[in-house]
Design a protein around this ligand. Structure first.
Ligand SMILES: Nc1ncnc2c1ncn2[C@@H]1O[C@H](COP(=O)(O)OP(=O)(O)OP(=O)(O)O)[C@@H](O)[C@H]1O
Ligand SMILES: [Mg+2]
Length: 235
């Protein structure tokens, strides 16, 4: 049984059918990438999993149990957290306060330990712990959004376009950290338009076109695929 299974999910915004039967799975320990052009439905897939835009039909299973009728906070409590598209940091709150927000459903005593882990993964956040998120650079806010998601201590981490609007050098650093997070045992489902980095860290990938999975393979194979190269790798 895979850790996460999406079974023929259909998700709508009003009358617009953004996902037209998406089926995919993520095994425990894997890093999986979802690539696709603007409007393909990448963010909608992650939003469906997090119940922010719930699927209308189909099933989403986590550890074999249907979670598609659950509320967003229940999804987080089950062990799935998300770093959303556009980062969505709380602009007037400090770095530390943003990280605390990521742990707000937790009642255990290990929150401090996890904050320390985030600081080890992203030393820049520790340097800037009292700085307001809104005054940080785009790349720093991206680190903060990932750190905040990690503060929920997820089993499955969802990342929506971690490279968006960030310089290639910083993107490389962020991707090194994503690989490290995966190596430390967190399963990752990653969404990217810029597929180069994403296919570099992930084990497998799915290609999404207008709400449907059109191709899936090992990441190394997808990188060699001429169609994928032409459409998503800019080569
Ligand atoms: N709030 C909304 N209201 C109406 N339609 C929406 C809404 N959000 C997304 N859509 C539509 O759903 C489809 C899928 O959008 P989605 O945001 O999932 O794409 P994406 O693959 O994440 O694209 P991008 O790479 O631009 O982020 C698009 O046709 C989009 O116009
Ligand atoms: Mg998107």
């Amino acid at each position: 049984m895979a850790l996460l299974e999406l079974d023929e999910i259909h998700t709508f915004y009003g009358n617009i059918e953004a996902l037209k039967g998406v089926t995919l799975e993520v095994e425990e320990g894997e890093c999986v990438t979802l690539i696709g052009a603007n409007g393909a439905g990448k963010s909608t897939t992650l939003r469906s999993i997090s119940a922010l835009t719930p699927a209308r039909t189909g099933e989403i299973r986590f550890r074999g149990k249907d979670i598609s009728r659950k509320a967003p906070q229940d999804i987080v409590q089950l062990g799935i957290s998300q770093s959303p598209e556009g980062r969505k940091c709380f602009q007037r709150m400090s770095v530390s306060e943003n990280l605390d927000m990521g742990a707000y459903l937790r009642r255990d005593k290990e929150i401090g330990q996890d904050r320390q882990r985030v600081f080890e993964l992203f030393p820049r956040l520790e340097e800037r712990r009292t700085q307001k998120a809104g005054t940080m650079s785009g790349g720093e806010q991206q680190m903060l959004a990932i750190g905040r998601a990690l503060m929920a201590r997820p089993k499955l981490l969802l990342l929506d376009e971690p490279s968006m609007g960030i310089s290639p050098i910083l993107t490389e650093r962020i991707y090194e950290t994503i690989a490290e997070i995966n190596k430390q045992g967190t399963t990752i489902l990653l969404v990217e338009q810029n597929a180069n980095f994403a296919l570099g860290v992930s084990h497998r990938g799915y290609v999404l076109e207008t709400g449907k999975v059109v191709l899936t393979n090992e990441s190394a194979k997808l990188r060699e695929d001429p169609e994928v190269q032409k459409a998503y790798l800019g080569t």
